[in-house]
Write a protein that binds this ligand. Sequence first.
Ligand code: BGC
Length: 457
Amino acid sequence: MKAPGKQMELKDNLFNRALFGDDFKWGVSTAAYQIEGGHDAHGKGPSVWDVFTAKSGAIPSGHHGNTACDFYNTYPQDIAVLKELGIPNFRFSLSWSRIIPAGTGEVNEHGIDFYNRVIDTCLANGIEPWVTLYHWDLPHELDLKGGWANREVVEWFKEFVQVCAKAFGDRVKYWMVMNEPMVFTGAGYFLGLHAPGKKGLNNFLPAVHHAVLAMAEGGRTLRSLLPDAQIGTTFSCSHIEPYTSGRKDVVAARRVDALLNRLFIEPILGMGYPEEDLPVAKKLKKYMKPGDSGLMQFDFDFIGIQNYTREIVKHSIFVPYLNAVLVKAENRKVPLTAMGWEIYPPAIYHMLKKYAEYENMPKLYITENGVAFPDTAVGGKVNDPERIHYIKSHLRQVLRAKEEGVDVQGYFVWTLLDNFEWAEGYHPRFGLVHVDFETQQRIIKSSGHWYKAFLNG
Ligand code: BGC
């Protein structure tokens, strides 16, 4: 164990926002499919998530996002809550098929109008909108043409980015091209657990390469249309440790680290795919065309890091290509979240340090960090001290990295509202605000009140 940084000794009442500096950005993050609902409202086309969740058995609980938190209708009240809590930055994503129902071609003015209203309501309340262009809800029509496994997706995505930049670029200064490409390609194109439910390397590898190309192309498109915008993209990352110090576990951990933490950022930084530590990445060559190495790169203004936990990795001969398995947190006698993830705050410190080590790494923001617990409402109140503790202990680790020189300039809690947690449905509650999904009633949890006090303290 490393020696704790000096802020670790700070008493609770001295741990405050000012320690992070005046320019540090504080916010909350959300995603369109998880909160909006309005799945077929006013000309919206279906996305892969609308279609996937309608398939019997695709999501174990049978839940779907047809209504979700009804943010499509409740956005004025929800933005009022942001204001009440004093949260200055709001990250949300745009639903591609709400804006371009078939993914390419005709634009749905009602979709543009909805996001105009969301952006304008934020600005009228002194809240800075941070827009993610793609948070996993590919238009279904594009999936029928192969989705992310079809190279044409790069052009379709570029068209979507152009439409959004032209519609919203006069007011939106902060853009994130993609959310966690590793998760939507891994869970959606290899494991089949997320939409569109595809499996195997023949889906996964082309999806990876096209997501890298689209991310870079999205960055170039934004930069050419909005030269003054701050342009970023976001990556999931988990701190990886080997189960033992034996060579096989160490090498297995390196492979998993290359897959989960390096596969997307390294080509973007101009380093190519991490083939040496992840031999299966050599198969990506099959999908590369001349000139792609250059097209995979883009000089982002910032990188968003999204961290929730750490993983322990063991060598295994039963997992093809990777020869590694994750040792489940539930078998490790460690504190767990409602997702079954280990609560391990130093993970976020290690990830910040790891990303900061890359040459040419731009400034970093923590664009997601948060936790799910069961959170029940009792007498109109939701008391969630474990979430307050989780966020505080992670913030201490962010500060530790910052004090050691990492250029981290912001922190966004995942998330504002309890919402549709993908394959897990509505059970895991990640919000600072409790949602009763029957009545759509909101209750600010004690963690929401704590965040307010912290931000205003
Ligand atoms: C995603 C969110 C998700 C959260 C918690 C991130 O991987 O960006 O959409 O809800 O983690 O699982």
